[in-house]
Design a protein around this ligand. Structure first.
Ligand code: NAI
Length: 338
């Protein structure tokens, strides 16, 4: 509130509570892959988040420059830059939230699964370090294929004895961001008011937007709904093709990653009713991992919410996505245990 941002004349030394952000608890966020296409704008957005008190930027190279640059921004958090594997432990120590956008992005013609061979190994090694240096952190996995990298992370944590299903998240927020934008355009409603749950996974047909539950509701035709569904599923490919070999979504992904990390921080801080869609361990379907609405709290996942009422089109989509999602999950688990 305005009042709380005013300096308090009555405050005494040792109780520096002049700014609202300073009364928020200390929270350390670490970004792994911070010098990359997503990592850099995500570092910027997390530097702007008043809930963050320390922001650790880690990459195999390039982070000193990014950290020096971001550190000049006059917002609350202290910026700590780390480069190279020998500094990974320091980057992670004490982290409340770890965001992982490390890995290679798609080029035209590639599926997310084509990234598996490289990114699976990167996620495995980063999660091994997380288990060692900050086993209680909430982990936000952005690296694709999310449908496999999240199960990989879970297996690594299980082996280390640190697995807590409440603290592991696949970031699917970009699918929600896209669904909201595309729906607002088609339904001609104000985008700021729009909500659309997106469930399933994070690749092609496994991305299932539930436009029947979209608010504000609009009487869209089944052709419109189908077109919106396809566009949401292919949103990543739309960007990959437009970038023509220069990578995949970075700016919109950084925005989505910042929204999701902010929700995690709010949950940790005890803000009530923080709900975002995420790919988590789940009993919503017969698959061990599934994206749906999740209520976030002081320990991470407080509640995995069900799917609600589905249209016939969505029911078909749900059945159709299960085989692909199941095999991507199994591929991740198999890799982690090989
Ligand atoms: P990029 O190539 O621009 O950046 C990746 C960064 O990761 C580089 O700076 C690289 O040095 C770093 N890196 C590589 N190995 C590392 C390691 N072992 N430890 C720490 N850092 C390491 O790629 P971009 O565009 O930032 O994409 C990153 C990942 O995010 C890709 O896997 C991409 O598919 C995924 N992605 C996920 C989305 C989602 O909705 N979940 C959306 C868009 C991209």
């Amino acid at each position: 509130s305005v009042l709380r941002t005013l300096p308090r004349r009555t405050s005494t030394a040792g109780t520096r509570r002049g700014f609202a952000s300073e009364s928020a608890p200390d929270r350390k966020v670490a970004i792994l892959g911070a010098a990359g296409g997503i990592g850099q704008p995500l570092s910027l957005l997390m530097k702007l988040n008043p809930l963050v008190s320390r922001l650790a930027l880690y990459d195999i190279a390039g982070t000193p420059g990014v950290a020096a640059d971001v550190s000049h921004i006059n917002t609350r958090s202290e910026i700590l830059g780390y480069a190279g594997e020998e500094q990974l432990g320091k980057a992670l120590e004490g982290a409340d939230v770890v965001i992982i956008p490390a890995g290679v992005p798609r080029k035209p013609g590639m599926t997310r699964d084509d990234l598996f061979n490289i990114n699976a190994g990167i996620v495995k090694s980063l999660c091994t370090a997380i288990a060692k240096y900050c086993p209680h952190a909430l982990v936000n996995v952005i690296s694709n294929p999310v449908n496999s990298t999240v199960p990989i992370a879970s297996e690594v944590f299980k082996k280390a004895g640190t697995y807590d299903e409440k603290r592991l998240f696949g970031v699917t927020t970009l699918d929600v961001v896209r669904a909201k934008t595309f729906y607002a355009g088609k339904a001609k409603v104000s985008v700021a008011d729009v909500n659309v749950p997106v469930v399933g996974g994070h690749a092609g047909v496994t991305i299932l937007p539930l436009f029947s539950q979209a608010t504000p509701s609009a009487n869209l035709s089944s052709e419109d709904i189908e077109a919106l569904t396809k566009r949401t599923q292919d949103g990543g490919t739309e960007v990959v093709e437009a970038k023509a070999g220069k990578g995949s979504a970075t700016l919109s992904m950084a925005y989505a990653g910042a929204i999701f990390a902010d929700a995690c921080l709010k949950g940790l801080n005890g803000v009530p009713d923080v709900v975002e869609c995420s790919f988590v361990q789940s009993t919503v379907t017969d698959l061990p991992f599934f994206a749906s609405k999740v209520r976030l709290g002081k320990n991470g996942v407080e509640q995995v919410l069900g799917l609600g009422a589905l249209s016939d089109y969505e029911k078909e989509g749900l059945e159709a996505l299960k085989p692909e999602l199941k095999s991507s999950i199994e591929k991740g688990i198999k890799f982690a245990n090989a």
